[in-house]
Design a protein around this ligand. Sequence first.
Ligand SMILES: Cc1ncc(COP(=O)(O)O)c(C=O)c1O
Length: 378
Amino acid sequence: MNGEIRAKVFEGAKIPDHLKPSDPRFGCGPSLIPILHVENLLKTGHQYLGTSHRKLAVRNRVKEIQEGLKKYFNAPEDYSVILGNGGATLVFDMVALGLVEKKVTHFTCGEFSEKWFQSSQAVKWISSEQIKKGVGEGNNGYDVLSSDVICVTLNETSTGVQMSELPKVHSQAILCVDATSGAGQCPCDLSAVDFYFFSPQKVFASDGGLWIALLSPKARARALKIAEDKSRYIPEMLSFKQAIVNGEQNQTYNTPALTTIFLLNEQIKLMNNLGYKKVQEMAKEKARHIYSWAESKEYLSPYVKDEKFRSVAVATINVDEKYDVGTMIELFEKEKVAYGIDAYRKLGKNQFRISLFHNITISDLKKLTDLISHLIEN
Ligand SMILES: Cc1ncc(COP(=O)(O)O)c(C=O)c1O
């Protein structure tokens, strides 16, 4: 079918009221922020926004975030929680500059894991190795004896591939996990990870611009040792030492967005009320729904073929070329029914990429899948 004919398929289609989700935000980040959390922010009145991040109103919330995350992930007592400005992308550079002694191995399978590898490769005084799988395939990683840092991506947001298990690495190696879009929802035993980091605009339903990390004593010691090596220049913004020192005082190195901190803390409290196990069960239920829907329709198929790598946080669903996903998405956006469900831009597939993040309810997800089927079948 040529573009012109395909474009007409959903033009002027009517959206039945009973199939409209209660919230249109199905994007993979920035993600659905509960209105209640924004209302709670408003309630702080003169006591929070516009106050200093070096004072208690903000520092207490940072402390709650640090304690709340350790509780949520059941992290070992001696792990630290640190945070800073710049998002997960900045952490890519921090790892290469401040955690790798001689050699790093990256296990990649899509856009974000690839980008992380490229950040390491740009640092010429370390050696960077890439062990690559194709897009849509999983890559759990394995131990590489010659490497002192092993990097894996818990949930490859570009393709909807999650790791099915963590690699066990040798005692001198630091296992780093970019958990950005899977953090809090995809299974991961924190006690087996040395450096687990994420940005909060995904499952943790905050705004972007911040990074948060849980750090084992081994990773902490490595970072502090490298910081002592005066032959290595590490900009202060990228310094683990700064992040560790400030983290101990419930602060960031430079001024953070206070809204981001507030919303993150609200979401951690909400998720702690349920617990990591329950949140994962809820995510699994949504994943079961969306993948079985995709398998039950002859015009759909899950993009990730190997079931064990299908993400419980980001679902990618291929659609028969006869039906142009682009025009359906335009219709959804125009009618304010669903936002942000297009395929990852560089993947270029006739595909939906739908977030299964915690705040998206199963009933809204069912409405969305029923709506898509309704439009295609009628
Ligand atoms: C897996 C993964 N890593 C890293 C990033 C980059 O995060 P940020 O844009 O907050 O730097 C993203 C963003 O979507 C991501 O999905």
